[in-house]
Design a protein around this ligand. Structure first.
Ligand SMILES: Cc1cc2nc3c(=O)[nH]c(=O)nc-3n(C[C@H](O)[C@H](O)[C@H](O)COP(=O)(O)OP(=O)(O)OC[C@H]3O[C@@H](n4cnc5c(N)ncnc54)[C@H](O)[C@@H]3O)c2cc1C
Length: 122
């Protein structure tokens, strides 16, 4: 048994959108109270509202937030001319021992797809 003076429980974060009265916007909200949106345009339900970064609660990573912001900002500035943008190859790292990384689609996604794929370990 181990004893500790303090425990940091990393139990996740939720988007800080609860004080925006976003439920009055008329947009469809997901179970976390975040408007549903298209990740290729970042547009919420075809409206003039665009989501970006951790507020969208999709993939809370810095490079994803940067891409979200570029897409959302571009489309908001050119609204109503909204274009789908290419997303970069998914990349995520878990800083555990050993470290775990995924590049491209996850094993969970691939195992249900009719395609060949490779899993590497170093
Ligand atoms: C402990 C920790 C470790 C992380 N490690 C990694 C990592 O290793 N790799 C990685 O890719 N990502 C990591 N992330 C995630 C990454 O930091 C976020 O995905 C990224 O910062 C999201 O960018 P953002 O611009 O959406 O939000 P933020 O960076 O959170 O920026 C939002 C800004 O809005 C401001 N703000 C909030 N409310 C208001 C308001 N009402 N009015 C005005 N301003 C407001 C905030 O003060 C903040 O400056 C980590 C996050 C945490 C918390």
């Amino acid at each position: 048994m181990h004893r500790f003076d303090y425990l940091l429980a990393a139990t996740g974060r939720k988007p800080n959108v609860d004080k925006l009265a976003i439920d009055r916007s008329g947009l469809d909200l997901d179970t976390r109270g975040v408007p549903t949106f298209d990740p290729l345009t970042m547009q919420a339900n075809g409206s003039h509202i665009f989501m970006a970064g951790d507020a969208s609660a999709r993939i809370p990573l810095l490079h994803v937030a940067a891409d979200d912001g570029r897409i959302a900002g571009t489309n908001a500035a050119s609204y109503p001319n909204v274009l789908a943008h290419r997303r970069r190859t998914p990349l995520s790292v878990v800083f555990t021992e050993p470290n775990i990384a995924t590049v491209g689609r996850s094993y969970a996604e691939l195992q249900h797809m009719p395609c060949e794929f490779a899993v590497g370990e170093v």
